[in-house]
Design a binder for this molecule. Structure first.
Ligand code: GAL
Length: 988
């Protein structure tokens, strides 16, 4: 016998309506009456004022419940503003409704008082684009962020200032305020409350865990709160608590009397091999349990692992490459962990990262290499991966079924299978029941769960999960139960459409409330449909798209039931328009959908040829795809289908890289090099936390204003008679090195010992290089030239100023003599006004524009790759190449370097003057460097410059250097060229 929705609740033992609390922990009238009806429209800068609040269940936007299903991306890791739109389109299309962004202070500030938000740093443009795309924004400007960026986001210049960072030290606060003023000036223009943007949440600090109980920590947070409010940020604020310790819950610090506008948030990166943790409201409880620490605010996960970062050196050192991150945190991981989060009442859910991007230039923190692909759902080359499938399905589910924004825990159920954990929840307003079933075992199994009065069999692959629903509204229809996961519902034309998903070949049963026998037509695929107990039972094995049309039987509108396997679900695109929703099936991506009169104007991407089918509001009879009008015909599914197929992307030809020219540099090593313009190293006190040895001048580069990349030293001394060797102690980030020359002759290279698994996160690396001295050093005047590749500054994770660990030489001593040495120092030139402070270090070539397009290299000697040259020092190679990619094709292109892995050299890669990162041939693991379109002229001329640093112990390359196609689609977004001035072109 079937059960009605009303009786089901009683039988399953649903809970009573719980007390609804406001954000401050007070009962809230608005929240109690917050409708769970149709989902709110996609946000836009619509010129209207809005309210953004919350209760213990969810965010409340204009009083309506919204689950924020968010993906993290960093505009600073994609230095081509046009492509921001591409990634944001992909997020939106795949079901995310929110983008979360860190803003990195160092990226915008070359010097105290100097803030740049232009070009690739145009935060205003990013926030505008997010609003145009229909995404909410969570803004996270620090001041400290971490994100595996240099100094955790602190500018290089901050390392040379007094004042303890991340405390209430007034010297630090002065700088932090300056940054917040600059960033908030832009942020206030994009607040959803004002209708001028879509920012709905704003984070203060990040993982601030070390001064929590100290007055300085509390004063610091209180200061940031007041500052941000004084700057006009009126959306709810939160902090991201590392370790879920209940730090910074509402009421834990002074918010100036303001109540109910502060949320508790935390992050988590659980091992993909363990059991998903219960960190939400329905977890084991206790202040360390996650959301339970703050019963009055919704479950907010500011970051949940969507992959993981990877250290230099590959598997031996703990890194395994991003393919491994993507494999261990695959689609099934996402279902297991993210559905567990939802089952725990987490309704603000941000996946870090969803698009990782590139830590170009000197942006990466010492713990990572250039690629920040992260194994994320969208890869570094902007290509969708299989990890988007669950995100797409769950994102659309949350959007279609607001029941999920307000769930109470319901009595436990037995899943009837030993390894299966079952969560049972109920929406107290609608009576809808939700179950999350998770198989933690390593074998496939079948759960047998009570659902809507029946016991249903649910196939659960090993280490996988699914969400089941009962009693949710499908428009005029009501779901009794389904063993497939609901994905979306909409009304198009006269019919309701409901989509359910699962894995290919799974046998599913979907039961729809239906008092009388309806007329059922299986339009595609096979399904067995029977009417009994007041419901229509549809049994179907999933494969592509099964379509069942149901008329009559009670509900006042026909229903089109679509059962989609993963691949088919990924080709279904749902988009609201002011005249009603549109559902598109077929292409690889739907970017935009607008209704103009009788025409559905659609834009998007195809990879191969694709069908196009559209369900649209009544009166829509035509469709256009990327501006081309299509011949459409009606189908029995109530849709319009294009008569022909949409074309796929054509071939993309990439030229071989030839015509290289070569020039060696490091003239700084020569005895007679003119260093008179260099700074004299004469400081006696340093801002660094690394002690300055007694009797030594300060040699740390930051104290002299040099913050990024390589730094040169030249020390003059008179006769070091009796000295058998010289010892140079130095400090760098991981993979740093030091090279020395005496009067132009190489003394040798020392490499910082490579961290292993245990030390990879260690704060600082110091080492001492000792080189034997030739006997000639004993008399006359000499010059000791030293090049230090510093790598980057440490982060300041424990708020103890570790970003101020020194970088460069610490001390130089002669063993057996003590000549007086007069040091001069030279690092990077003034920051590139377009490419920013992190683009360049202090190599001679960089200081003299060898990396720039248009640099006159015609006198350089021709060179062919592979090279085999043994030399300590720096050699540059330059060439140009021309691309002619079809303008309608979005080709994603990388540069791949390969060589015999024992060769000890590294390469900085400059594309049109932009530093695309560092390749270390004998360390790895990265070989391919993404070249973002916009920087890369896909129709035009490009300049590549490679600065090769080799230590002279082996032959050095480059070996093979080639362009690689990383993805292609017909469609894409219009791409504006990123300004790339040469040595003489004025900034435009
Ligand atoms: C988090 C931190 C992020 C990032 C992440 C690991 O703990 O908040 O900024 O570092 O870890 O990628």
């Amino acid at each position: 016998m079937g059960l009605s929705r009303r009786t089901f609740g009683a039988l399953a033992g649903s809970t009573a309506l719980g007390l609804t609390l406001g954000g401050s922990g007070e009962p809230s009238a608005a929240a109690a009456s917050a409708p769970t009806g149709p989902p709110p429209k996609a946000p836009a800068a619509d010129g209207r004022t809005h309210t953004v609040g919350f209760d213990r269940y969810s965010m409340l936007v204009d009083g309506r419940r919204v689950v924020l299903w968010s993906g993290e991306m960093h505009p600073f890791r994609l230095p081509s503003p046009s492509l921001w739109r591409d990634v944001l389109h992909k997020l939106r299309a795949h079901g995310y409704n929110t983008v979360s962004v860190y803003v990195s202070w160092n990226y915008h500030s070359p010097a105290p008082g100097s803030y740049d938000f232009t070009g690739v740093r145009d935060l205003d443009l990013f926030l505008r684009t997010a609003a145009e795309t229909g995404l909410y924004v969570t803004l996270r400007p620090g001041p400290y962020i971490n994100a595996e960026v240099d100094a955790g986001g602190f500018p290089g210049w901050l390392t040379a200032t007094p004042g303890t960072a991340r405390t209430a030290d007034p010297d630090y606060l002065r700088h932090a305020d300056e940054w917040l003023t600059a960033v908030n000036r832009i942020a206030v223009r994009h607040l959803y409350t004002r209708g001028t943007g879509t920012v709905v949440l704003y984070q203060l600090e990040n993982e601030y865990a070390d001064h929590v109980t100290e007055p300085t920590g509390r004063a610091y947070m209180a200061h940031l709160y007041r500052k941000v409010r004084a700057d006009g940020i009126d959306v709810p604020l939160f902090h991201n608590d590392k370790g879920r310790n209940g730090h910074w819950t509402p009421g834990s610090f002074d918010t100036g009397g303001e109540r109910g506008r502060w949320l508790y948030g935390f992050d988590g990166y659980p091992s993909p091999f363990g059991t998903p943790p219960d960190w939400g409201h329905y977890g084991p409880g206790g202040p360390r349990g996650g959301s339970t620490a703050s019963p009055g605010t919704p479950g907010l996960i500011a970051e949940f692992g969507g992959g993981w970062f990877d250290p230099w050196g590959g598997a031996e050192f703990g890194g395994k490459g991003y393919a491994e991150s993507r494999r261990t945190r695959d689609a099934a991981y996402e279902r297991r962990f993210y559905l567990t989060n939802l089952a725990n009442g987490i309704t603000v859910h941000n996946v870090y990262m969803t698009f990782g991007g590139t830590s170009w230039g000197w942006l990466p923190a010492p713990v990572v290499y250039t690629s920040y692909d992260y194994g994320a759902a969208i890869d570094e080359a902007r290509q969708p991966t299989a990890k988007l499938v669950p995100m797409h399905q769950i994102g659309h589910l949350l959007h279609s079924f607001p029941d999920l924004a307000k769930l109470d825990r319901a009595p436990d159920i037995d899943a009837g299978a030993p390894d299966v954990k079952a969560y049972h929840l109920v929406n107290p307003d609608t009576g809808a029941h939700i179950q999350v079933l998770r198989n933690d075992g390593s074998a496939d199994t079948v759960a047998a769960v009570p659902l809507a009065g029946a016991t249903v069999s649910v196939p659960l692959p090993a280490r996988d999960a699914r969400l089941l629903a009962a009693g949710i509204s499908l428009g005029h229809w009501t779901l009794r139960h389904s063993t497939a996961q609901p994905m979306l519902r909409l009304a198009a034309g006269r019919q309701d459409i409901a989509v359910f998903t699962g894995r290919t070949d799974e046998l599913t049963e979907t039961a729809l409330e239906c008092p009388h026998q309806p007329a059922v037509t299986v339009l595609e695929g096979t399904a067995d449909c029977t009417h009994r107990d007041g419901a229509l039972y549809v049994r179907a094995r999933l494969g592509s798209l099964t379509r069942i049309s149901v008329h009559g039987g009670g509900p006042a509108a026909p229903l089109l039931l679509l059962l989609a396997d993963d691949a088919a679900s990924q080709r279904l695109w749902h988009r609201p328009t002011p005249s009603g929703p549109v559902l598109v099936h077929g292409p690889a991506l739907l970017r935009t959908a607008e209704l103009r009169g009788a025409t559905a104007e659609l834009t998007g991407d195809t990879v191969g040829e694709a069908d196009l089918e559209v369900w649209a509001p009544r009166g829509v009879t035509e469709a256009a795809w990327n501006g081309t009008r299509l011949r459409m015909g009606p189908t029995r599914s109530g849709s319009l289908r294009a008569e022909g197929r949409l074309p796929g992307a054509g071939a993309v030809e990439l030229p071989a890289l030839t015509g290289w020219r070569r020039s060696a540099e490091n003239p700084e090593s020569a005895a007679d090099f003119d260093d008179s313009a260099w700074r004299t190293a004469e400081l006696t006190a340093s801002a660094a936390t690394t002690p300055v040895p007694a009797g030594s001048p300060v040699l740390f580069a930051d104290d002299y204003g040099f913050h990024y990349g390589d730094v040169w030293y030249r020390g003059r001394f008179e006769s070091a008679g009796g000295a058998g060797s010289v010892s140079l102690s130095y400090v760098t980030g991981t993979q740093g090195l030091l090279m020395a020359w005496l009067d132009g002759r190489p003394l040798g290279t020392h490499r910082m010992p490579v961290p292993d698994r245990g030390t990879v996160r260690r704060a600082t690396w110091t080492a001492t290089a000792e080189f034997p001295l030739p006997s000639a050093a004993g008399s006359g005047g000499h010059v000791l030239s030293v090049l230090v590749r510093r790598m980057q500054h440490d982060q300041d994770g424990r708020a103890d100023d570790t970003h101020k660990a020194g970088r460069g030489l610490v001390q130089v001593s002669f063993n057996g003599a003590s000549p007086a040495v007069r040091w001069r120092i030279q690092g990077e030139a003034a920051p590139d006004p377009v490419r920013g402070p992190l683009n360049n270090g202090g190599l001679y070539g960089e200081r003299n524009g060898w990396h720039l397009p248009g640099f006159p290299d015609q006198d350089w000697r021709p060179a062919r790759f592979p090279r085999a040259e043994r030399r300590q020092g720096v050699v540059w190679y330059r060439t140009g190449f021309r691309l002619a990619v079809d303008p309608a094709t979005d080709a994603s292109i990388g540069l791949t370097l390969t060589d015999e892995p024992s060769r000890a050299y590294r390469v900085q890669i400059f594309l049109n003057g932009w530093n695309m990162g560092q390749y270390i041939n004998d360390v790895g693991p990265q070989h391919t460097f993404v070249l973002p379109n916009g920087l890369l002229r896909t129709r035009g001329d490009n300049t590549l410059a490679l600065a090769v640093l080799s230590d002279g112990t082996t032959d050095s390359g480059p070996g093979v250097v080639e362009l690689t196609l990383l993805g292609r689609a017909l469609g894409g977004v219009p791409v504006t060229r990123v300004e790339s001035p040469g040595p003489t072109s004025p900034r435009t």
